[in-house]
Design a protein around this ligand. Structure first.
Ligand SMILES: [Zn+2]
Length: 140
């Protein structure tokens, strides 16, 4: 049992290396073993070269805010009932050194008013259950 009320990711055999990396405080991104392009989210086949072979590379976790939003739906009361501290921001972070991989997450240690597109951020990890550690981002 957990007292974490927010939705949890569904961990599959395909995404397991990503989540195992998070548990080790490493941001691991799937990378094509043939053409070396990163694949995110993880996929069985490379969309560039159709290779089925892949590796997992640890990346720095540094990046920039590509975009962000502050959800207002459903209502703040319903968001609170689902475990969200309202208001909160959903950020899309473009990871450095990945050829443009963008990951959706939350920003921490930063007020919503201070979030800017293009601001440098770095990954940090939040353990929410025994099985799930989430990557989040903070100002760098
Ligand atoms: Zn490829």
């Amino acid at each position: 049992m957990t007292d974490y009320a927010r939705p949890l990711p569904k961990i599959t055999s395909e995404t397991m290396p990503f989540w195992e990396g998070c548990k080790s405080h490493e941001l691991r991104i799937q990378r094509c073993a043939s053409c070396a392009r990163f694949r995110f989210p993880p996929q069985k086949m490379c969309r560039h070269c159709n290779s089925l072979e892949a590796n997992w590379d640890s990346v720095s976790g540094e990046g920039t805010v590509y975009s962000f939003t502050v959800p207002s739906q459903p209502s703040p009361g319903e968001l609170a009932a689902r475990g969200f501290d309202y208001p909160f921001a959903v950020v899309l972070v473009e990871l450095d050194g990945t050829g443009g991989v963008r990951i959706a997450s939350n920003i921490v240690e930063c007020s919503i008013e201070d979030i800017e597109i293009g601001m440098p951020v770095e990954v940090t990890f939040e353990r929410v259950t025994d099985e799930v550690v989430l990557p989040k981002f903070r100002p760098a």
